[in-house]
Design a protein around this ligand. Structure first.
Ligand code: ADE
Length: 232
């Protein structure tokens, strides 16, 4: 893996990574700034995609077409869907699945884009194992989980909705980009990993917890990515 694309949905999620890059050239496309250079001696392209599935999908396609990246890492925050996954903890994707794609009327399982080959997009196992080791080294005070990351164009802050998503997807955390990254990576045959630090519990407390814990959660995923790059 020579050249790694690193996507964060929000500026806060990529700002610290960009600050530490060397030999940077910046190009703009689709209202996104692509920072191409090195980070911890590894060639990277760091970019803020913007929020939501379409922005994330477009971003991966540009990384594939214009930069021929060998892997895509999507770092950021998410709401927990499991009682044992606490605020500040990390979830590494085993796979990704949409919670808001519903063509069950035509016999497709929840999450499956009609006429596609899979209902969940498998993430890269090698990247995941390395990321786990990196996380245990730099974030020893928190727990790191490996499980399904689910996505939809919805900030989940309601217990009933949260329970419905859990029942439909068996997801471990919910956010708004990871599956679009997974789908675009799958279509382009590029290995990918979603790294999510938990900022809230995706229930009625999410509105309060999210702004309180956003910074701490972002710090955990940034530290993990920096360490992971040393291993690739
Ligand atoms: N990102 C962080 N928390 C989230 C939530 N509860 N729902 C969707 N995206 C999120």
């Amino acid at each position: 893996m020579n050249r790694i694309g690193i996507i964060g949905a929000m500026e806060e999620e990529v700002a610290m990574l960009k600050e530490q890059m060397k030999d940077v050239t910046v190009k703009e496309k689709a209202a996104m700034e692509f920072f191409h250079g090195t980070l911890n001696k590894k060639e990277v392209v760091v970019v803020r995609s913007g929020i939501g599935k379409v922005n994330a999908g477009i971003c991966v396609q540009i990384l594939a077409d214009d930069y021929q990246v060998d892997a895509v890492i999507n770092t950021g925050i998410a709401g927990s869907l499991k009682a044992e996954i606490n605020i500040g903890d990390i979830v590494l994707s085993t796979d990704t699945m949409y919670h808001d794609m519903d063509a069950t009327e035509f016999g497709y399982p929840i999450g499956q884009v009609p006429r596609m080959d899979v209902h969940a997009f498998p993430a890269d196992e090698t990247l995941r194992k390395l990321a786990k080791t990196a996380c245990e080294k730099v974030n020893p005070e928190i727990s790191v989980f490996e499980g399904r990351v689910v996505s939809g164009d919805q900030f989940v802050a309601d217990k009933a909705l949260k329970n419905q998503i859990i029942e439909r997807t068996n997801g471990w955390c919910t956010e708004m980009e990871g599956t679009a990254v997974g789908q675009a990576a799958h279509l382009n045959k590029i290995p990918y990993l979603i790294i999510r630090a938990i900022s809230d519990k995706a229930d009625d407390s999410a509105q309060v917890d999210y702004p309180t814990f956003e910074r701490q959660a972002i710090l955990h995923s940034v530290k993990l990515v920096e360490e992971l790059l040393l291993m690739l």
